[in-house]
Design a protein around this ligand. Sequence first.
Ligand code: FAD
Length: 381
Amino acid sequence: MTLPASPVAPDALEPEIARTARELRLDARSAELDAEPAFPRAEFALLASQGWIGLRAPTSLGGRGLPLRRAGRLLWALAHESGTTFAKLALQPEFCSVLAEHGSPELVERWYRPLVQGRTLVGNHVTEPSAGSDAGALATRAEPSGSDYLLTGIKSEAAFATDADAAIVYARIARPGKDPVGVTAFLVPQDLPGITKTVIPDLGERWMRRGTVEYREVRVPASARIGDEGAAFGYLKDELDRERAVLAAIYLGVARRSFEQTVEHVGSRAAFGRPLAAQQGISFPLAEDWAKLDAAELYVDRVLGRLDSGSAGSPEAALAKWLATSTALEVLDHAIQFHGGRGYSKALPHEQRWRDVRSGAIAHGPSEIMRLVGARGLWPR
Ligand SMILES: Cc1cc2nc3c(=O)[nH]c(=O)nc-3n(C[C@H](O)[C@H](O)[C@H](O)COP(=O)(O)OP(=O)(O)OC[C@H]3O[C@@H](n4cnc5c(N)ncnc54)[C@H](O)[C@@H]3O)c2cc1C
Protein backbone atom coordinates (compact mmCIF):
# COMPACT_ATOMS: atom_id res chain seq x y z
CA MET A 1 0.00 0.00 0.00
CA THR A 2 1.40 3.41 -0.95
CA LEU A 3 0.48 6.14 1.50
CA PRO A 4 -0.11 9.67 0.26
CA ALA A 5 3.12 11.66 0.66
CA SER A 6 3.37 14.64 2.95
CA PRO A 7 2.99 17.92 1.04
CA VAL A 8 6.35 19.08 2.49
CA ALA A 9 8.49 15.95 1.97
CA PRO A 10 11.72 17.05 0.22
CA ASP A 11 11.62 14.33 -2.48
CA ALA A 12 15.07 14.80 -3.98
CA LEU A 13 16.86 14.60 -0.65
CA GLU A 14 14.84 11.87 0.95
CA PRO A 15 17.29 9.07 -0.04
CA GLU A 16 20.25 11.08 1.29
CA ILE A 17 18.53 11.70 4.62
CA ALA A 18 17.38 8.09 4.92
CA ARG A 19 20.93 6.90 4.15
CA THR A 20 22.47 9.19 6.78
CA ALA A 21 19.93 8.04 9.35
CA ARG A 22 20.53 4.38 8.49
CA GLU A 23 24.33 4.60 8.46
CA LEU A 24 24.48 6.38 11.79
CA ARG A 25 21.69 4.22 13.32
CA LEU A 26 19.96 7.42 14.39
CA ASP A 27 16.60 5.84 15.16
CA ALA A 28 18.16 3.16 17.40
CA ARG A 29 20.55 5.69 18.98
CA SER A 30 17.64 7.91 19.88
CA ALA A 31 16.06 5.03 21.83
CA GLU A 32 19.40 4.22 23.50
CA LEU A 33 19.85 7.84 24.54
CA ASP A 34 16.36 7.78 26.04
CA ALA A 35 17.31 4.76 28.17
CA GLU A 36 20.78 6.04 29.08
CA PRO A 37 20.71 9.81 28.74
CA ALA A 38 23.96 11.40 27.56
CA PHE A 39 24.93 14.09 25.14
CA PRO A 40 25.74 12.26 21.85
CA ARG A 41 29.11 13.91 21.15
CA ALA A 42 30.21 11.33 18.57
CA GLU A 43 27.05 11.73 16.47
CA PHE A 44 27.22 15.51 16.90
CA ALA A 45 30.67 15.55 15.29
CA LEU A 46 29.68 13.02 12.60
CA LEU A 47 26.55 14.93 11.61
CA ALA A 48 28.60 18.13 11.49
CA SER A 49 31.15 16.51 9.16
CA GLN A 50 28.25 15.67 6.81
CA GLY A 51 26.92 19.23 6.88
CA TRP A 52 23.89 18.54 9.08
CA ILE A 53 24.82 20.87 11.95
CA GLY A 54 24.30 24.48 11.02
CA LEU A 55 21.93 24.15 8.07
CA ARG A 56 21.03 27.78 8.70
CA ALA A 57 24.43 28.99 9.91
CA PRO A 58 26.20 31.45 7.59
CA THR A 59 28.50 29.84 5.04
CA SER A 60 31.28 32.19 6.22
CA LEU A 61 31.07 30.36 9.58
CA GLY A 62 31.00 26.86 8.16
CA GLY A 63 27.23 26.42 7.82
CA ARG A 64 25.06 25.81 4.77
CA GLY A 65 23.31 29.18 4.97
CA LEU A 66 19.96 27.71 3.92
CA PRO A 67 16.72 29.68 3.99
CA LEU A 68 14.37 28.73 6.82
CA ARG A 69 11.89 26.99 4.57
CA ARG A 70 14.50 24.72 3.05
CA ALA A 71 16.03 23.96 6.46
CA GLY A 72 12.55 23.27 7.84
CA ARG A 73 11.84 20.71 5.12
CA LEU A 74 15.16 18.95 5.64
CA LEU A 75 14.70 18.81 9.40
CA TRP A 76 11.14 17.57 8.91
CA ALA A 77 12.65 14.69 6.92
CA LEU A 78 15.42 14.00 9.46
CA ALA A 79 12.82 13.97 12.25
CA HIS A 80 10.64 11.66 10.15
CA GLU A 81 13.56 9.22 9.93
CA SER A 82 14.85 9.39 13.48
CA GLY A 83 12.63 11.38 15.89
CA THR A 84 13.39 14.69 17.54
CA THR A 85 16.88 13.92 18.89
CA PHE A 86 19.11 14.43 15.87
CA ALA A 87 16.96 17.05 14.18
CA LYS A 88 17.26 19.15 17.35
CA LEU A 89 20.96 18.43 17.52
CA ALA A 90 21.22 19.82 13.98
CA LEU A 91 19.48 22.98 15.19
CA GLN A 92 21.94 23.81 17.98
CA PRO A 93 23.64 26.65 16.05
CA GLU A 94 20.19 28.15 15.35
CA PHE A 95 19.57 28.22 19.12
CA CYS A 96 22.79 30.26 19.40
CA SER A 97 22.22 32.70 16.54
CA VAL A 98 22.27 35.57 19.09
CA LEU A 99 25.98 34.75 19.42
CA ALA A 100 26.56 34.53 15.65
CA GLU A 101 24.71 37.77 14.94
CA HIS A 102 25.77 39.97 17.86
CA GLY A 103 28.91 38.43 19.39
CA SER A 104 32.34 39.94 18.81
CA PRO A 105 34.45 38.27 16.07
CA GLU A 106 36.60 36.72 18.85
CA LEU A 107 33.59 35.18 20.62
CA VAL A 108 32.18 33.89 17.33
CA GLU A 109 35.49 32.25 16.36
CA ARG A 110 36.02 30.80 19.83
CA TRP A 111 32.52 29.37 20.33
CA TYR A 112 30.19 29.56 17.33
CA ARG A 113 32.42 28.15 14.62
CA PRO A 114 33.37 25.05 16.72
CA LEU A 115 29.66 24.63 17.49
CA VAL A 116 28.87 24.37 13.77
CA GLN A 117 31.76 21.89 13.48
CA GLY A 118 30.17 19.73 16.19
CA ARG A 119 33.20 20.23 18.44
CA THR A 120 31.62 22.25 21.25
CA LEU A 121 28.21 22.62 22.87
CA VAL A 122 26.73 25.98 23.86
CA GLY A 123 23.61 26.11 26.06
CA ASN A 124 21.08 28.88 26.65
CA HIS A 125 20.32 30.11 30.16
CA VAL A 126 17.21 32.27 30.16
CA THR A 127 14.65 30.61 32.47
CA GLU A 128 14.85 31.12 36.26
CA PRO A 129 12.84 29.62 39.12
CA SER A 130 10.70 32.79 39.23
CA ALA A 131 10.87 33.78 35.56
CA GLY A 132 9.81 31.40 32.77
CA SER A 133 6.92 32.47 30.55
CA ASP A 134 7.36 35.91 32.04
CA ALA A 135 10.98 36.32 31.00
CA GLY A 136 10.72 40.03 31.83
CA ALA A 137 10.97 39.00 35.50
CA LEU A 138 14.59 37.79 35.13
CA ALA A 139 16.56 38.44 38.32
CA THR A 140 20.09 37.19 37.54
CA ARG A 141 22.44 40.13 38.09
CA ALA A 142 25.56 41.20 36.22
CA GLU A 143 27.43 43.59 38.47
CA PRO A 144 30.16 45.65 36.77
CA SER A 145 33.48 45.11 38.61
CA GLY A 146 36.45 46.92 37.12
CA SER A 147 36.59 45.79 33.50
CA ASP A 148 34.64 42.60 34.36
CA TYR A 149 31.11 41.61 35.39
CA LEU A 150 30.15 39.42 38.36
CA LEU A 151 27.21 37.14 37.54
CA THR A 152 24.91 35.98 40.34
CA GLY A 153 21.63 34.09 39.98
CA ILE A 154 19.95 30.74 39.39
CA LYS A 155 19.06 29.45 35.93
CA SER A 156 16.56 26.58 35.81
CA GLU A 157 15.10 24.16 33.26
CA ALA A 158 18.25 24.50 31.16
CA ALA A 159 19.11 21.90 28.51
CA PHE A 160 22.64 20.46 28.73
CA ALA A 161 22.96 21.68 32.33
CA THR A 162 26.08 19.60 32.94
CA ASP A 163 27.16 18.93 29.35
CA ALA A 164 27.43 22.41 27.82
CA ASP A 165 30.97 23.74 27.36
CA ALA A 166 29.61 27.28 27.51
CA ALA A 167 26.25 29.00 27.84
CA ILE A 168 24.63 32.20 26.68
CA VAL A 169 23.47 33.65 30.00
CA TYR A 170 20.85 36.40 30.20
CA ALA A 171 21.24 38.79 33.16
CA ARG A 172 20.31 42.30 34.28
CA ILE A 173 23.01 44.92 34.68
CA ALA A 174 23.11 45.88 38.37
CA ARG A 175 25.06 49.06 39.17
CA PRO A 176 25.56 49.91 42.87
CA GLY A 177 22.74 52.02 44.29
CA LYS A 178 20.58 51.63 41.17
CA ASP A 179 17.75 49.25 40.28
CA PRO A 180 18.90 46.40 37.98
CA VAL A 181 18.10 47.23 34.35
CA GLY A 182 18.72 46.11 30.83
CA VAL A 183 18.76 42.38 30.04
CA THR A 184 22.16 41.58 28.59
CA ALA A 185 23.63 38.36 27.15
CA PHE A 186 27.02 36.93 28.15
CA LEU A 187 28.99 34.01 26.80
CA VAL A 188 30.02 32.08 29.90
CA PRO A 189 32.40 29.07 29.80
CA GLN A 190 30.85 26.52 32.12
CA ASP A 191 34.07 25.58 33.90
CA LEU A 192 34.50 28.96 35.64
CA PRO A 193 34.72 29.09 39.46
CA GLY A 194 31.38 29.82 41.15
CA ILE A 195 29.16 27.66 38.89
CA THR A 196 27.25 24.67 40.29
CA LYS A 197 25.03 22.36 38.22
CA THR A 198 22.30 19.83 38.93
CA VAL A 199 20.44 17.53 36.50
CA ILE A 200 16.76 16.70 37.05
CA PRO A 201 15.45 13.64 35.11
CA ASP A 202 12.84 14.42 32.44
CA LEU A 203 9.77 12.79 30.88
CA GLY A 204 11.23 12.93 27.35
CA GLU A 205 14.19 14.27 25.37
CA ARG A 206 16.23 12.84 28.19
CA TRP A 207 19.52 13.16 26.27
CA MET A 208 19.32 16.92 26.91
CA ARG A 209 19.90 16.33 30.64
CA ARG A 210 18.16 19.51 31.74
CA GLY A 211 18.75 21.03 35.09
CA THR A 212 19.66 24.00 37.24
CA VAL A 213 22.82 26.08 36.97
CA GLU A 214 23.68 28.43 39.80
CA TYR A 215 26.05 31.37 39.35
CA ARG A 216 27.71 32.83 42.46
CA GLU A 217 29.75 35.92 41.70
CA VAL A 218 31.09 34.33 38.53
CA ARG A 219 33.65 36.69 37.04
CA VAL A 220 33.44 37.21 33.28
CA PRO A 221 35.37 39.81 31.27
CA ALA A 222 33.58 42.61 29.41
CA SER A 223 34.66 40.82 26.21
CA ALA A 224 32.21 38.02 27.13
CA ARG A 225 29.27 40.39 26.62
CA ILE A 226 27.25 39.65 23.49
CA GLY A 227 26.26 42.93 21.85
CA ASP A 228 25.14 45.95 23.82
CA GLU A 229 24.05 46.24 27.45
CA GLY A 230 20.26 46.01 27.66
CA ALA A 231 19.78 44.82 24.08
CA ALA A 232 19.53 41.05 24.58
CA PHE A 233 15.73 40.70 24.60
CA GLY A 234 15.55 42.23 21.13
CA TYR A 235 18.21 39.82 19.89
CA LEU A 236 16.44 36.86 21.47
CA LYS A 237 13.06 37.70 19.95
CA ASP A 238 14.38 37.32 16.39
CA GLU A 239 16.03 34.02 17.25
CA LEU A 240 12.87 32.68 18.92
CA ASP A 241 10.70 33.45 15.90
CA ARG A 242 12.94 31.42 13.63
CA GLU A 243 13.53 28.52 16.00
CA ARG A 244 9.85 28.14 16.88
CA ALA A 245 8.88 27.77 13.22
CA VAL A 246 11.62 25.25 12.45
CA LEU A 247 10.83 23.25 15.60
CA ALA A 248 7.24 23.06 14.35
CA ALA A 249 8.48 21.28 11.21
CA ILE A 250 10.43 18.79 13.36
CA TYR A 251 7.41 17.87 15.53
CA LEU A 252 5.29 17.29 12.42
CA GLY A 253 7.97 15.07 10.84
CA VAL A 254 7.94 12.84 13.91
CA ALA A 255 4.14 12.65 13.97
CA ARG A 256 3.94 11.91 10.23
CA ARG A 257 6.13 8.83 10.71
CA SER A 258 3.92 7.44 13.47
CA PHE A 259 0.81 8.24 11.43
CA GLU A 260 2.15 6.25 8.46
CA GLN A 261 3.05 3.31 10.69
CA THR A 262 -0.38 3.40 12.31
CA VAL A 263 -2.21 3.41 8.98
CA GLU A 264 -0.19 0.34 7.93
CA HIS A 265 -0.83 -1.37 11.25
CA VAL A 266 -4.60 -0.94 11.37
CA GLY A 267 -4.83 -2.12 7.76
CA SER A 268 -3.28 -5.48 8.64
CA ARG A 269 -4.19 -6.13 12.27
CA ALA A 270 -7.49 -7.99 12.62
CA ALA A 271 -9.92 -7.99 15.54
CA PHE A 272 -13.46 -9.38 15.54
CA GLY A 273 -12.76 -10.97 12.15
CA ARG A 274 -11.96 -7.74 10.32
CA PRO A 275 -9.00 -5.38 9.94
CA LEU A 276 -9.00 -2.65 12.58
CA ALA A 277 -9.24 -0.15 9.71
CA ALA A 278 -12.75 -1.44 8.97
CA GLN A 279 -13.91 0.01 12.31
CA GLN A 280 -15.02 3.59 11.92
CA GLY A 281 -13.96 4.24 15.50
CA ILE A 282 -10.42 3.82 14.18
CA SER A 283 -10.61 4.92 10.54
CA PHE A 284 -12.39 8.23 11.18
CA PRO A 285 -9.81 9.64 13.65
CA LEU A 286 -7.01 8.57 11.27
CA ALA A 287 -8.74 10.23 8.31
CA GLU A 288 -8.95 13.39 10.43
CA ASP A 289 -5.26 13.05 11.36
CA TRP A 290 -4.34 12.86 7.67
CA ALA A 291 -6.11 16.15 6.94
CA LYS A 292 -4.80 17.81 10.11
CA LEU A 293 -1.21 16.77 9.41
CA ASP A 294 -1.37 17.99 5.80
CA ALA A 295 -2.93 21.27 6.93
CA ALA A 296 -0.40 21.84 9.72
CA GLU A 297 2.55 20.96 7.48
CA LEU A 298 1.36 23.37 4.80
CA TYR A 299 0.78 26.13 7.39
CA VAL A 300 4.22 25.67 8.95
CA ASP A 301 5.87 25.54 5.52
CA ARG A 302 4.11 28.77 4.55
CA VAL A 303 5.14 30.52 7.76
CA LEU A 304 8.76 29.44 7.22
CA GLY A 305 8.64 30.88 3.71
CA ARG A 306 7.04 34.09 4.94
CA LEU A 307 9.65 34.46 7.68
CA ASP A 308 12.29 34.11 4.94
CA SER A 309 10.71 36.92 2.95
CA GLY A 310 10.05 39.08 6.02
CA SER A 311 6.29 39.06 5.49
CA ALA A 312 5.52 37.17 8.74
CA GLY A 313 6.72 37.69 12.29
CA SER A 314 6.31 36.57 15.90
CA PRO A 315 2.55 35.82 15.83
CA GLU A 316 2.76 33.43 12.88
CA ALA A 317 5.93 31.76 14.22
CA ALA A 318 4.29 31.24 17.62
CA LEU A 319 1.10 29.87 16.07
CA ALA A 320 3.14 27.51 13.88
CA LYS A 321 4.66 25.95 17.00
CA TRP A 322 1.33 25.79 18.78
CA LEU A 323 -0.42 24.19 15.78
CA ALA A 324 2.40 21.72 15.16
CA THR A 325 2.69 20.53 18.77
CA SER A 326 -1.05 20.18 19.32
CA THR A 327 -1.52 18.33 16.00
CA ALA A 328 1.51 16.11 16.53
CA LEU A 329 0.53 15.17 20.08
CA GLU A 330 -2.97 14.19 18.95
CA VAL A 331 -1.57 12.08 16.10
CA LEU A 332 0.99 10.42 18.38
CA ASP A 333 -1.67 9.67 20.97
CA HIS A 334 -3.69 7.89 18.28
CA ALA A 335 -0.56 5.96 17.27
CA ILE A 336 -0.16 4.69 20.84
CA GLN A 337 -3.86 3.93 21.17
CA PHE A 338 -4.37 2.09 17.89
CA HIS A 339 -1.27 -0.07 18.39
CA GLY A 340 -2.94 -1.28 21.60
CA GLY A 341 -0.81 -2.71 24.43
CA ARG A 342 2.36 -2.68 22.36
CA GLY A 343 1.75 0.95 21.47
CA TYR A 344 2.12 1.84 25.15
CA SER A 345 5.33 -0.18 25.46
CA LYS A 346 8.94 0.45 24.54
CA ALA A 347 8.68 -2.33 21.94
CA LEU A 348 7.40 0.38 19.59
CA PRO A 349 8.70 3.94 19.13
CA HIS A 350 5.44 5.85 19.55
CA GLU A 351 5.56 6.33 23.32
CA GLN A 352 9.06 7.86 23.16
CA ARG A 353 8.03 10.06 20.26
CA TRP A 354 5.03 11.28 22.27
CA ARG A 355 7.24 12.01 25.32
CA ASP A 356 9.83 13.78 23.20
CA VAL A 357 7.31 15.90 21.29
CA ARG A 358 5.44 16.70 24.53
CA SER A 359 8.25 19.07 25.48
CA GLY A 360 7.38 21.18 22.44
CA ALA A 361 4.24 22.44 24.16
CA ILE A 362 6.45 23.96 26.92
CA ALA A 363 9.97 24.60 25.64
CA HIS A 364 10.78 27.70 23.55
CA GLY A 365 7.55 29.25 24.84
CA PRO A 366 4.56 27.26 26.19
CA SER A 367 1.42 26.79 24.08
CA GLU A 368 -0.57 29.30 26.14
CA ILE A 369 2.04 31.96 25.47
CA MET A 370 2.20 30.97 21.79
CA ARG A 371 -1.51 31.77 21.47
CA LEU A 372 -1.04 34.97 23.46
CA VAL A 373 1.67 36.05 20.99
CA GLY A 374 -0.53 34.87 18.10
CA ALA A 375 -3.47 36.96 19.31
CA ARG A 376 -1.25 40.04 19.22
CA GLY A 377 -1.11 39.53 15.45
CA LEU A 378 -4.85 40.14 15.36
CA TRP A 379 -4.97 42.96 17.90
CA PRO A 380 -1.54 44.62 17.97
CA ARG A 381 -0.74 46.47 21.18
C1 FAD B 1 12.60 20.22 27.15
C2 FAD B 1 12.78 21.61 27.64
C3 FAD B 1 13.97 22.28 27.36
C4 FAD B 1 14.17 23.57 27.85
N1 FAD B 1 15.37 24.16 27.62
C5 FAD B 1 15.62 25.36 28.16
C6 FAD B 1 16.90 25.95 28.00
O1 FAD B 1 17.81 25.37 27.39
N2 FAD B 1 17.12 27.17 28.55
C7 FAD B 1 16.16 27.84 29.22
O2 FAD B 1 16.42 28.96 29.65
N3 FAD B 1 14.93 27.29 29.42
C8 FAD B 1 14.64 26.07 28.91
N4 FAD B 1 13.41 25.48 29.09
C9 FAD B 1 12.45 26.18 29.95
C10 FAD B 1 11.23 26.71 29.20
O3 FAD B 1 11.59 27.76 28.34
C11 FAD B 1 10.23 27.15 30.27
O4 FAD B 1 9.84 25.99 30.98
C12 FAD B 1 9.02 27.85 29.70
O5 FAD B 1 9.38 29.11 29.20
C13 FAD B 1 7.89 28.02 30.73
O6 FAD B 1 8.38 28.63 31.88
P1 FAD B 1 8.08 27.99 33.33
O7 FAD B 1 8.55 26.59 33.31
O8 FAD B 1 8.63 28.88 34.37
O9 FAD B 1 6.50 27.93 33.45
P2 FAD B 1 5.55 29.10 34.00
O10 FAD B 1 5.95 30.40 33.42
O11 FAD B 1 5.45 28.96 35.47
O12 FAD B 1 4.17 28.66 33.34
C14 FAD B 1 3.42 27.55 33.83
C15 FAD B 1 2.17 27.42 32.97
O13 FAD B 1 1.39 28.62 33.06
C16 FAD B 1 1.13 29.12 31.75
N5 FAD B 1 1.07 30.56 31.75
C17 FAD B 1 2.00 31.42 32.20
N6 FAD B 1 1.61 32.70 31.99
C18 FAD B 1 0.40 32.63 31.37
C19 FAD B 1 -0.51 33.61 30.86
N7 FAD B 1 -0.25 34.91 30.92
N8 FAD B 1 -1.66 33.18 30.27
C20 FAD B 1 -1.92 31.84 30.18
N9 FAD B 1 -1.10 30.88 30.64
C21 FAD B 1 0.05 31.27 31.21
C22 FAD B 1 2.28 28.61 30.90
O14 FAD B 1 1.95 28.59 29.55
C23 FAD B 1 2.52 27.24 31.47
O15 FAD B 1 1.62 26.33 30.90
C24 FAD B 1 13.17 24.21 28.62
C25 FAD B 1 11.98 23.54 28.88
C26 FAD B 1 11.79 22.25 28.42
C27 FAD B 1 10.49 21.54 28.76
